[in-house]
Design a binder for this molecule. Structure first.
Ligand SMILES: [Zn+2]
Length: 339
């Protein structure tokens, strides 16, 4: 498999998140990327450092104000308040900051969707490079028709057009999709992470050229809680082009595969010309963060059915946290597409 990865993505470090009232270390650690990279390298996948394709592709998905914020906030903060640990907001807003808003504290909260997206010194550099992996994978698939995998870290599917959330800063799957749209008029995103791909949903919610399908643990009892319900089907001309399939918390293979069968059926009726797979492996029973009991065998069944579409496919890494099984699971998932 053609893989894109850069060590620059390790620059986002020491992030924490608020869990049950305490700030704890984020499970989205640099080692996730390193472990997956090592396994893919050992198994002779073709690993390429992404070429810098520029910020313009990212601006097709994210607002200029948000991108400028991500690029500058840490340095501005240090200049104003001095050296400190990664930045965490103490206010939150459900709308992007007012254009007149100058306060760094206000801007930090205005661009944050929750308290799981701290900004450290290397956050922009790592996120930008992560997005470049997705762009390079999309370009490879667009040019060759062959599948490609972006080892994105930080992940992206919780990030909206103007907000970071859930360890995500730039929506890599959406950015890859937008590039694929240059050639393919109908692109489907299939998100199999255990959490709802809420950022991706909001980015494409009013569009009929991109189908966003997400299967995930029922948000009535699982993050991100406020989206991912079945009644969310799109708005305007996008009505019918968003699909959420839920399974219950703690599910194992049976419920997971039943949800996937529904998602595949809905994706087929969209008649996509290309696929973006938002690959979260955090439903695995071995995942330290996911609270579900899905086996690697079930994930490989997903890969087989995705391959059966016979379409140009970009695979983008989303969640999946450090366990002995994670690197192997990614490798085996990708290898289904190689055989
Ligand atoms: Zn997840």
């Amino acid at each position: 498999m053609q893989v894109y990865w850069s060590e620059t993505q390790l620059a986002h470090v020491d992030a924490r998140f608020l869990q049950l009232g305490r700030l704890v270390a984020s499970p989205e650690r640099p080692e996730r990327g390193e472990f997956i990279f090592s396994e893919l390298h050992r198994r002779n996948h073709v690993i390429t450092v992404p070429e810098d394709l520029g910020v313009d592709h990212i601006l097709k998905v994210h607002s200029p104000g948000y991108i400028e914020f991500l690029q500058t906030i840490y340095a501005q903060w240090i200049g104003t308040y001095g050296k400190c640990s990664p930045l965490i907001p103490n206010v939150l807003s459900d709308a992007p900051p007012h254009p007149r808003l100058k306060s760094l504290i206000g801007r930090l909260g205005g661009y944050a969707g929750d308290l799981a997206c701290e900004i450290a010194e290397g956050t922009w550099t790592a996120s930008y490079t992560s997005a470049q992996c997705a762009l390079n994978a999309a370009r490879f698939t667009l040019q060759t028709g062959n599948p490609a995998y972006a080892l994105c870290r930080p992940p992206g599917h919780h990030a909206g057009a103007s907000n970071a959330m859930g360890f995500c800063y730039l929506n890599n799957s959406a950015i890859a999709t937008q590039l694929l749209r240059k050639k393919f008029s109908r692109v489907a995103i299939i998100d199999v992470d255990v959490h709802h791909g809420n950022g991706t949903q909001t980015i494409f919610y009013d569009r009929n050229d991109v189908f966003t399908g997400s299967m995930h643990s029922d948000p009535c009892d699982f993050y991100p809680f406020f989206s991912g319900y079945q009644a969310e089907t799109g708005t305007g001309k996008g009505i019918g082009f968003n699909s959420n399939i839920c399974y219950s918390k703690g599910s194992s293979d049976k419920e997971f595969l039943e949800a996937f069968a529904q998602l595949i059926q809905r994706t087929h009726s969209f008649k996509p010309q290309a696929l973006v797979v938002a690959l979260g492996l955090d439903a695995l029973g071995s995942d330290p963060h996911g609270e579900h009991n899905v086996s690697l065998k079930a994930y490989l069944k997903l890969a087989e059915q995705l391959k059966r579409f016979g379409l140009p496919t970009v695979i983008v890494q989303e969640g999946g946290y450090i366990s002995n099984e994670l690197p192997l699971a990614v490798a085996k998932f990708l290898e289904v597409f190689d055989h």
